[in-house]
Design a protein. Sequence first.
Length: 566
Amino acid sequence: MRTSQYLLSTLKETPASAEVISHQLMLRAGLVRNVASGLYTWLPTGLKVLRKVEQIVREEMEKAGAIEVLMPMVQPADLWEESGRWEDYGPELLRLNDRHNRSFVLGPTHEEVITKLIANEISSYKQLPVNLFQIQTKFRDEIRPRFGVMRGREFLMKDAYSFHLDETCLKTTYQNMYNAYCRIFERLGLDYRPVIADTGSIGGDASHEFHVLADSGEDDIAFSDQSDFAANIEKAEALAPKGTRPSATQELTQVATPNVKTIEEVATFLSVDAQQTVKTLLVQGANENTPVIALVLRGDHQLNEIKAENLSEVASPLTFATDEQIQTTANCNAGSIGPVNLPIPVIVDRSAAHLADFICGANVHDTHFSGVNWDRDIQNYQVADIRNVVEGDPSPCGQGNIVIKRGIEVGHIFQLGEKYAQAMNCGVLTETGKNQTLTMGCYGIGVSRIVAAAIEQNHDKYGIKWPSAIAPFQAAIVPMNMAKSARVKETAEQLYAQLQRAGVDVIFDDRKERPGVMFADHELIGTPFLLIIGERNLDTQEIEVKNRITGEKSLMKIDQVMSLFQ
RNA sequence: CGGUGAUUAGCGCAGCUUGGUAGCGCACUUGGUUUGGGUCCAAGGGGUCGCAAGUUCGAAUCUUGCAUCACCGACCA
């Protein structure tokens, strides 16, 4: 590719609309352009990267035995009514009508279509298991698209669906996909982690997310510092503190705490550590008999909403009590609630339950209790894990302590079970001639998101530093003052032809630009090797090679250049 | 959906308070200059100031409504 015949489209200035670094660099390097909120055009350079990611994903899926299909982006509403998701999915599902006023949706995912396909095409257990995948554009009408292609409304996704007679078989394929995903992210050259995940609205049993580690990630991932354990913080178990609870040594005492509401204020006012206080949150209960439930946490801990709403007593989705409910149940405002004599069910976090002589609200305006002790002062309560783990907690795997890092979710694998197969009547005849509903797995990878995630993880002040497997070009030929030097021009042309013949993805910067402009552009775009050809080194038949990742410059004989790409 | 802010040339911005012929930098075009890290000089092209209505002799500027975009939050895979 010659730059003179190519659409480079680099920008010197950062567009104001871009917030995160990957979005800024994708605009500046000429990878994408915004069309509307959450919708992007992929420019040639961006598309080359996207295709390389896609190809690695495709190859590894095929190696793992999955078969590629392509399903339509527009899907009939009937299918969604059949699965029940026409009602369940909500406004993220973009619905539209055709000229005959028939209803359709833009596919945010393809469970319905694939399950229908399998229901029609497969009728015998002998044809199982089967694992089909596609790489297709999805549309989700996100409430708030942001961060460029990281959370766009339209995005490219690899989605795979496997069908099985029984759970054992599903688990085998699930593990197979888990391994394939690890190979994919290794080949992509990204620092990633598989993490235990919440199954969320899709439901099912086991689930893993694959995260690319980057400070700008939207998810918190909890790791063990001594084992492979990693879990989304939503799902990371906070173990009960070891040992028995200390005995009570203090009397229950009521303290006036005028205008003291937050935990910080309480701790400061009473000169104690926040760890010695508890906070009491009132949330909506799951049924009418117990409209309000109290959740009690140690003062320095945060509520884990996923864990809380998974409790049978708590309404899902988790909803905090209204101000009126707080007044009527606790008789005070939110800053003074406590579990002592609270006439509603009380659920206490494991760590809070381990405290003795602690401080909590007294259910009287501007008043707290000190010297509070479980069982002596509060009899009716149950203990559960309802907090987020924090750094330094013992890892639930039993080895090491928790470390927390940010991650970008780029893959997610689920064991779906029978949900869709049942709804869409997808079954086969078994060996004994009985009809049996199939059990399913589904496996997603955000292909376009990977491009952004790779940049988040690999950049410097000059631009993108692509892992070589997904760099848009493997090398750039940068001739110095080619217009004046026939020798430089000839050498550049020869090297270009040679690299092209060898199948190296090379871009030849044949613009009549100053060297600084060319260097800056190729460093912004992130090409791994700059092959700099100048009069300076031609007498010795050498060119300069600059490594984008390490920044190292070295001289190399021209006839040795091919060795960089073997 | 709630809060906040923005919308003036392809991009980044000024001008608005105090209404009076629309500007700057980058990019683009032409000529010259320079040529191993975003040269310098000169000349040029490009804008119904987001849309609509109102006030006014006169609106980018004041008023109202709408739209779009972004950020924070809630929501969500």
